[in-house]
Design a protein around this ligand. Structure first.
Ligand SMILES: [Zn+2]
Ligand SMILES: [Zn+2]
Length: 196
C-alpha cells in the first residue's frame, strides 16, 4: 500500500479479509478509504474520461490463467486451441497499449471487432471477460498465419523465428542447449543492432 494522498473527507482503512480474497491476484492495492455513500443503485463501468489527469498505471502482460488454459485444451470449447485466448485475469496489457486510458480502441486490438459471443462476455458483469479489452476468439480475433508445427521445426533446427504478435515483434530461438546455439548468438547480435 502506498502512502499517497487520500481524498478529502475520507479515512484510510485496512483491507478486510473478505475484500482481500475478492481482490484476487491481479489487484494492486495502493490505498483504501471509506467514502460517504454516493447513492448508486447498480454497478457500471462508465466510458473513460479522456479529459481527466493522465496516469500510467498499466498492468504488465500476464501469463495465461488456469481457466483460459482449460478452455484452450477443451475440444468442446469455442476457444479450443485458440492461441490468443485471454480474460480479465490474464493476457496482454502493456504490450498492446497505444494510448491511455486503457480501452480496446486505444490498443492493437482496435481493428478486431468483437463477435456477438465475445461482445456478450464483454458486457456481462458476471462474466470473467467483463471489460477484458483484448477479448478474442477464433471468429473475431487475430489468427495465426503460419502452422505452429512448422515454427517448432524451424526452432528445433536452430533457426530464428520472427513472431509478429498482437503486442509487436518477438525473436524466438531454442535456448535450451547447454552451449549457446548459433541462433541464440545471432539473435543477441540482431537485438543489439542500431537499426532494430
Ligand atoms: Zn484468463
Ligand atoms: Zn469472438
Amino acid at each position: 500500500m502506498s502512502r499517497s494522498r487520500q481524498p478529502s473527507g475520507s479515512r484510510r482503512l485496512p483491507l478486510s479479509p473478505r475484500t482481500r480474497e475478492a481482490a484476487a491476484a491481479l489487484v494492486l492495492v495502493r490505498e483504501t478509504s471509506l467514502l460517504a455513500p454516493a447513492g448508486y443503485t447498480r454497478f457500471e463501468i462508465l466510458k473513460s474520461d479522456q479529459d481527466s489527469e493522465r496516469t500510467t498505471s498499466i498492468l504488465p502482460d500476464l501469463a495465461t490463467c488456469p481457466e483460459c488454459l482449460a478452455e484452450l485444451l477443451d475440444p468442446a470449447d469455442r476457444r479450443f486451441h485458440y492461441p490468443f485466448t485471454n480474460c480479465t485475469q490474464c493476457g496482454p496489457r502493456y504490450s498492446i497499449v497505444l494510448d491511455i486510458p486503457y480501452d480496446r480502441p486505444r490498443t492493437t486490438m482496435r481493428g478486431f471487432e468483437l463477435c456477438p459471443d465475445c461482445a456478450r462476455e464483454y458486457a456481462d458483469p458476471a462474466d470473467r471477460r467483463f471489460h477484458a479489452q483484448p477479448n478474442a476468439c477464433p471468429r473475431c480475433g487475430p489468427k495465426l498465419s503460419m502452422d505452429l508445427g512448422e515454427v517448432a521445426q524451424a526452432l528445433r533446427a536452430g533457426r530464428i523465428v520472427t513472431l509478429k504478435g498482437i503486442g509487436g515483434f518477438q525473436l524466438l530461438v531454442d535456448a535450451r542447449t547447454r552451449t549457446p546455439s548459433p541462433a541464440c548468438a545471432a539473435s543477441s547480435t540482431a537485438k543489439r543492432s542500431p537499426s532494430r
